[in-house]
Design a protein around this ligand. Structure first.
Ligand SMILES: [Ca+2]
Ligand SMILES: [Ca+2]
Ligand SMILES: [Ca+2]
Length: 357
């Protein structure tokens, strides 16, 4: 496939042998060949050397099964040079690389005739499919897929499709019909994805192994990271307190604390911890408030407050402003009592953490 017009040259010398030589002609049509080369289109190109023909017929360029150009070659045979064959460049160190795709290169030890070249030019080749490379993936975070599918344009309309073959959870593709798309996994673990392509006559596919890392912002993954291999609900349950610090696991998760360490103390400047109470003055009126510091990005957790005068009947508190970031991956949100302190002899405020399914 050519991305800009170029002529093609067959040459051989003691220093190099160039099979397809790029000579850029960006602003003018190619002069070495007759066929107008269009960008974005596949061409079948055959370069033939036949030393048995008259000198002015020995080098032939065929494009899509039609003889395009003949050129003079005085040699009756191709010498056995020690130099390398180059494809898509003229000589080692050259910078004018061919800026397109080259596929299914074949060498023949004899000159093909017209019917053989036409047969090759008409042949439908299967799509070439590469599903990779794999990107690092994290549970529930969209990750880019960068597959590559190329076809010769023959056979029929080219269509592609992504599928999940194996894996512990779901693989949700943004658009499974696009080679380049994103996928979001619903659980950590190893997955195999398959990229398939068909030109209606031949279908080809390529598999991609993706190891999806646990996401510490998801409770189940956070458990896996903190309690690998443990399934005892007395240890991993959301209300369990295996470190006996009276902070249940869900609260430890929500506040970024350590479920294996007794660390249920009020949070500090650079340490997670329990919420901190405060009296806040708003336009001269004092309210009971609660400062809650928690990691940014926890998934499936709701933070709210409740207030009470008797520790028996609880009603919702209100959020005071928007959370402010602490620059260390955490943010602080302030909840407060909607009732001024002056209107009750005693008030209580508490944090309520909910986990959505
Ligand atoms: Ca094809
Ligand atoms: Ca605990
Ligand atoms: Ca703890």
């Amino acid at each position: 496939m050519l991305t800009r017009p170029i002529p093609l040259v067959l040459s051989a010398s003691a220093s190099t042998s160039a099979l397809i030589t790029p000579i850029p002609h960006i602003s003018k049509p190619p002069t070495n060949i007759s066929t107008w080369i269009q960008t974005g289109v596949w061409y079948h190109v055959a370069l033939v050397f036949d030393g048995s023909l008259a000198t002015n017929q020995r080098a032939q360029l065929w494009i899509n099964g039609a003889l395009d150009t003949t050129a003079t070659e005085t040699s009756a045979a191709i010498p056995n040079y020690a130099s390398n064959v180059l494809i898509a460049n003229t000589h080692p160190g050259a910078v004018n690389w061919f800026t397109g795709l080259v596929d299914d290169v074949r060498f023949y030890r004899r000159a093909l005739n017209q019917s053989e070249i036409q047969s090759l030019a008409a042949q439908n080749f299967a799509p070439s499919v590469a599903a990779g490379p794999a990107s690092p993936a994290t549970n529930s975070v969209p990750v880019a897929l960068n597959g590559l599918v190329i076809d010769d344009g023959k056979g029929g309309p080219l269509t592609t499709h992504w599928d999940k073959m194996t894996g512990p959870g779901d693989a949700l593709f943004a658009n499974s019909n696009l080679v380049a798309t994103t996928v979001t996994f619903s659980q950590a673990g190893p997955y195999v994805l398959r990229l398939s392509a068909t030109d209606t006559q031949v279908e080809m596919s390529s598999d991609l192994v993706v190891n999806v890392s646990p996401n510490p912002n998801i409770y189940e993954d956070w458990l896996t990271l903190n309690f690998p291999g443990i399934i005892d609900p007395a240890i991993i349950g959301i209300f369990a307190d295996p470190d006996n610090d009276r902070a249940q696991n869900l609260l430890e998760f929500a506040l970024g604390m350590n479920p294996s360490t007794s660390d249920a103390f009020p949070f500090g400047p650079h340490q997670p911890g329990l919420p901190v109470g405060q009296i806040r003055s708003i336009f001269g009126t004092n309210y009971l408030a609660l400062l809650v510091k928690h990691p940014i990005g926890r998934i499936g957790v709701n933070y709210a407050s409740e207030v009470s005068s008797d520790l028996t009947t609880w009603t919702p508190g209100v959020q005071d402003g928007i959370p402010f970031g602490n620059g260390d991956g955490t943010e602080t949100v302030i909840f407060r009592d909607p009732l001024p302190l002056s209107e009750s002899s005693q008030r209580f405020i508490r944090l309520k953490v909910n986990k959505s399914p």
